[in-house]
Design a protein. Structure first.
Length: 332
């Protein structure tokens, strides 16, 4: 073989090798470690479990989520997102009430008056994202909504105006300031204690989301007060470092599923209205009557709910609070 033929043969081999190396290899399927802030199988945690199943179906060959478990089996629900940010997990499903310890601005997600589509359009979610990213948390979306919060009362404790004077109510941080401002005395307790407190008469009522109430509480509950306030939302968040390391395709799969659920669960959607209608029927079947405040009393109820919550929020978040209120509410 002469020199020229040897050169051409070597050149052809080099070109072939270069072409092979330039061809992108198929990306390997990535598995994320997922956790829930609720026990696996518990009603509040089921929406996230369904979400994981949908992502795994649509993400075959691209991205999967291995759901490791839920709180309290994996630890305190209030530490799930904090541990995720530190790298113990990659993605989690939690209500904002469980990650306010790491992101103090999280309550804005329940005080929103705009739809999430509007918040994505007006920069509200982008601004919240900036805040969350500083804690190595990526906010992906609101995947579930248990509706507005209502006040539920025991028999003989009906009200007809926005005045809670004389009532002792079981509370969570969500509505403590609101109930106190209207004259109630309050006490904290865990969820399992609500029935016992109501049954014994130790409390006269409790606040809870309209779709999240435990069926075991029906026998000790006589009234539900409208209008509802705030939103009982549950969100999907991720470890920001891990999220940024995912391929565009993997992030796309997760975003499509979660934002699709976010839109479906919007309080103004037909789906959400149907869920509320079904829940009202359940209340009626279990003898829980609806008290609907009217006129000025209803206006005062809603106004005080907003004013007390945002005043507390801005006091706790003086630098970010005013801008979040501007972006998340309809206040002029």
């Amino acid at each position: 073989m002469n020199t020229k033929k040897m050169f051409l043969k070597g050149l052809a081999a080099l070109v072939a090798t270069s072409a092979f190396l330039a061809t992108p290899l198929a990306a390997e399927e990535v598995t994320l470690r997922g956790v829930s802030c609720f026990p696996i199988g518990a009603p509040p945690g089921v929406p996230f479990e369904r979400l994981v199943t949908e992502i795994n179906e649509k993400g075959k060959g691209v991205v999967q989520i291995n759901l490791l478990g839920g709180a309290p089996a994996i630890g305190s629900p209030f530490q799930v997102v904090e541990r995720m940010a530190q790298g113990a997990y990659d993605i989690a499903g939690c209500p904002e009430a469980f990650f306010g310890n790491i992101i103090p601005e999280a309550p804005a997600l329940r005080l929103q008056e705009k739809t999430f589509a509007e918040l994505r359009e007006n920069g509200g979610i982008d601004y919240f994202q900036e805040i969350a990213n500083k804690k190595n948390v990526q906010f992906i979306g609101r995947h579930h909504d248990d509706g507005a919060f209502n006040l539920f009362l025991a028999e003989g404790k009906a009200i007809d105006k926005a005045d809670l004077t004389g009532l002792n109510l079981r509370v969570s941080p969500v509505y403590t300031a609101f109930f106190k401002e209207l004259g109630a005395s309050v006490q904290r307790s865990s969820m399992p204690e609500v029935y016992t407190l109501m049954e014994s008469g130790a409390v006269d009522g409790y606040g809870w989301s309209v779709r999240g109430i435990s069926p075991s509480w029906y026998p000790v509950t006589k009234y539900r007060v409208e209008p509802g306030v705030y939103r009982a939302s549950i969100h999907t968040v991720a470890n920001m470092t891990k999220w940024n390391a995912l391929s565009d395709e993997a992030r796309g799969v997760i975003n499509d599923v979660i934002i699709g659920s976010e839109t479906k669960m919007e309080g103004t959607s037909d789906h959400a209205k149907q869920l509320d209608a079904e829940m009202l029927k359940v209340f009626e079947e279990n003898g829980i009557e609806t008290i609907t405040l009217q006129g000025e009393e209803a206006e005062k109820w809603v106004r005080m709910a907003g004013e007390t919550a945002w005043a507390e929020f801005i006091e706790q978040n003086p630098e970010t609070g005013p801008k979040l209120k501007e972006l998340f509410t309809n206040a002029e």
